[in-house]
Write a protein that binds this ligand. Structure first.
Ligand code: ADP
Length: 338
């Protein structure tokens, strides 16, 4: 650790949040320039939309989205047209502020007129998106999947996907959205940071029970119910590859601007966190990409009111230690030389 700056050149530089050091002339850095900007909600939606316009069938793994405030009139018009052509369509939408995380500022609406316009939309852009009303449930609960993806190189494009990830569960049984339950975050949002505050959150020492489980334990369960787990994995792999392809052109522009070809500089790699929701029919849908996924392997426990202690979390440890270990093995400079 170099809290006051680094003196000696290194093989691998592990930056905490983003690529920020322009004085590295060799070695490898664990962040790509511009990645944080590229995976923000608005930028990601824009990049995927460009590809959806070109290849609508290939990019149907991302919910239909509109960027606010600029596309508010388009959103209102399109929804009205779709409702006119199919009066039985009773959609729900989810509004997510740009740059938000951990469920911050997110809310559900039934109609475009329900968007909260009170100043914040003007000052803070957001994405409004079709809400996936029929997610796959396990134990009657909605859950999402966090998968770890290593972007090993942009040119040539090299991508690795960790075989295990995390499944993060809601803490209230799921019901399809109605005006009555729209506000129930423990039913609709799978964020760990929200559900941890529900009285129903279960910390478990086992990887296949509780409110946070391994993805492999879910796959086992699905497979025992007769689901085609091989097809699911292959759909997830294409979702990941296509998402990174959508980000690649702009990432290359950032790369060339920060690390111009021909000048001494590092190469880059990055661990990305992909948040994916499975629909009832097992189709994976992309929710978002995190440029700086949490690698914590502990969680806080309240010993007595106001007194907290960090305790190990076996599920996080099982998944995340493997991700870091395999990343370091793949990026090992000795390996490169060989
Ligand atoms: P944040 O960065 O704040 O976590 P997300 O885009 O991951 O924002 O959304 C938060 C949660 O909301 C997700 O984990 C998921 O449970 C739910 N969610 C987000 N988008 C959708 C959607 N289109 N359909 C259904 N649920 C969604």
């Amino acid at each position: 650790q170099y809290p006051f700056g680094r003196r000696l050149p290194c093989d691998i530089y592990w930056h905490g949040v983003s690529f920020h050091d322009n004085n590295i002339f060799s070695g490898q850095v664990n962040k790509f320039p511009g990645m944080t900007e590229m995976v923000r909600k608005v930028t990601l939606s824009r990049a995927v939309r460009t590809m959806q316009d070109l290849f609508p069938l290939e990019y149907n793994f991302y919910p239909r989205s509109w960027i606010l405030p600029e596309e508010l009139p388009l959103f209102v018009d399109e929804v009205r047209m779709m409702k006119d052509s199919d009066p039985s369509w009773k959609p729900t939408f989810i509004v997510k502020p740009d740059g938000g995380c951990q469920g911050d500022g997110i809310y559900l609406i039934k109609d475009p007129s329900d968007i909260r316009q009170t100043g914040s939309i003007q000052s803070r852009p957001a994405v409004v998106q079709e809400y996936i009303c029929k997610p796959l449930l396990v134990d009657k609960l909605k859950f999402d999947i966090r998968l770890y993806v290593l972007l090993k190189s942009l040119e040539p494009l090299e991508i690795y996907i960790a075989k295990d990830g995390l499944s993060r569960f809601c803490t209230e049984p799921y019901q399809e959205p109605t005006l009555k339950n729209l506000h129930q975050v423990f039913m609709h949002l799978t964020n760990y940071s929200l559900n941890i505050h529900s009285g129903n959150f279960i910390h478990s020492d086992s990887v296949n029970t509780g409110s946070k489980r391994t993805f492999s334990s879910i796959l086992c369960r699905l497979s025992s119910r007769g689901a085609d787990v091989k097809k699911l994995w292959s759909d997830i792999i294409s979702l990941v590859i296509k998402t990174i392809i959508a980000l690649t052109p702009e990432l290359k522009v950032y790369y060339q601007s920060d690390i111009p070809a021909g000048k001494p500089g590092p190469t880059c790699f990055q661990i990305l966190g992909f948040d994916i929701l499975l629909m009832k029919n097992l189709k994976p849908m992309l929710l978002e990409v995190n440029a700086n996924p949490s690698m914590r392997i502990e969680h806080e426990q309240e010993l007595s009111p106001g007194v907290f202690e960090n305790v190990p979390s076996p599920v996080d440890e099982e998944v995340k230690v493997a991700v870091i270990r395999d990343t370091l093995r793949l990026m090992d400079p000795q390996n490169k030389k060989r």
